[in-house]
Design a protein around this ligand. Structure first.
Ligand code: ZN
Ligand code: ZN
Length: 424
């Protein structure tokens, strides 16, 4: 049933629709509206993030909410549903069977990557006309697929409600990119009292047909926004009167990429954005940077984050400009529980289209689902992060990224069958 053509076709249709209208973190108004519409039509109740996320736990929300809502409505979101969202994106839905049994929560991330989709051939989304119409926004990490799979899974399990026990909770999380939404959702209690927690990702460098029951070695990560404020001046007549924010930022960017390695674990840094200056003949009075640090251990994470902050402060001192920083995203590491990963692995082996099953994949990225995994594990529950292989045309976050849609059928099959084992 899970792998039938009709379900796959519907997932592909929805995935392409989300791909056409991608929304960045905390701006997923249209996406949330479409999920809510489908799930309520199917009979599920939904609770919007606006009703449970506390504002003080939100990281890195710097979108123009009104403008994003306006765009979402012009692209087909329901104004009625948007009103219910109270300015926050994401939602949870739950199947309560009314019978005693475990509580299982599954996380689906719904946001896009801040990059502009390629307009070059050959790129399937462009050839078939579902390429992104939103500037600097592209589903380049397969979260459009995750969302479509989550909707199909919720609908399918709801139809099987009478043969399930316990509760199954579907978490549609905003702002995974930049590690911003997971923390707010966990702090709001979305995985409290959960016995099993599952997250999954399509692709990750694995081919279609390969499934990993779990994932380890997520990198700790911290995201920093930095603003330098200097003084503008005539670059010819009075350069000495200016305070050059561009040079402070440029100097900091180079030094951050030159942070020495740590014996406590591997580290990574990236200055992904540097915008500075106003005019050719004006000493640049402002600069803005988006920075991230990552590390394989807690000690190394503290080291690389502290070093980046020290460099930012030092560059401000050097160029006599003012610095303000904001921590706008954070993720920790987590390990999949072996026994739960084994259940997934054994289940995956029975799913049509799966040819290779493995217990644990190492991860070279970060995911704020780790907040949820850790929380559940600390409360005595089990958690795993499933890897569903999908052939891709380019690496994640590259603007030529596209994945093999058949992998959504595999993902649905693996998740559906796993829930039947846990809650059946
Ligand atoms: Zn990503
Ligand atoms: Zn991703």
């Amino acid at each position: 049933m899970y792998s039938n053509e009709k379900l796959l076709k519907q997932m592909i249709k929805r995935r392409r629709d989300f791909h056409r209208y991608p929304e960045t973190g905390w701006a997923e108004f249209r996406t949330t509206s479409k999920i809510a519409e489908a799930l309520t039509d199917a009979g599920l109740g939904v609770v919007y993030a606006g009703d449970f996320v506390r504002p003080e736990h939100i990281l890195g929300c710097n979108v123009d909410i009104e403008a994003q809502i306006k765009r979402a409505v012009s692209q087909g979101a329901s104004p009625k549903i948007i009103e219910k969202m109270k300015g926050l994106t994401g939602l949870i839905a739950e199947i309560d069977t009314g019978r005693p049994g475990p509580i299982t929560a599954i996380r689906f991330d719904i946001d896009c990557v801040d990059t502009t989709e390629t307009g070059e051939d050959p790129h399937l989304p462009m050839m078939l006309g579902f390429n992104s119409v939103n500037a600097n926004s592209m589903h380049a990490c397969a979260h459009d697929g995750h969302t479509a799979v989550g909707m199909a899974l919720a609908e399918l399990l709801f139809q099987q409600k009478t043969s399930l026990k316990g509760k199954v909770r579907f978490i549609f999380q905003p702002a995974e990119e930049g590690a911003r939404g997971g923390f707010a959702f966990v702090k709001s209690g979305v995985v409290d009292c959960t016995d099993y927690f599952i997250a999954f990702h399509l692709g990750l460098g694995n081919p279609t047909g390969t499934v990993f029951g779990g994932t380890d070695d997520f990198l700790f990560s911290t995201k920093i926004d930095a603003h330098y404020k200097g003084v503008g001046a005539h670059a010819g007549a009075e350069p000495d009167k200016g305070r050059n924010a561009l040079l402070a930022a440029a100097s900091a960017a180079l030094s951050i990429h030159g942070i020495a390695p740590s014996p406590d674990g591997l580290t990574r840094t990236n200055v992904g954005v540097l915008n500075a200056g106003e005019g050719r003949n004006v000493v640049p009075p402002n600069a803005y940077m988006k920075i991230e640090t990552r590390a394989s251990t807690e000690d190394a994470a503290l080291y690389v984050y502290s070093a980046a902050m020290r460099i930012l402060i030092g560059a401000a001192e050097m160029y006599d400009v003012k610095l303000t920083t904001e921590k706008c995203g954070e993720a920790i590491s987590a390990r999949s529980d072996r026994d739960l990963a084994k259940i997934v692995m054994d289940t995956a082996a029975t799913v049509i289209g799966v040819d290779t099953v493995k217990l644990i994949q190492p991860m070279t990225g970060s995911d704020d689902a780790c907040w949820m995994m850790k929380k559940v594990q600390n409360n005595g529950g089990k958690a795993t992060y499933i890897g569903i292989g999908a052939d891709t045309k380019a690496g994640h976050h590259n603007n030529h990224f596209d994945f093999d849609e058949d992998a959504m059928g595999i993902a649905l099959g693996v998740l559906y069958k796993t829930i039947l084992v846990l809650n059946g």
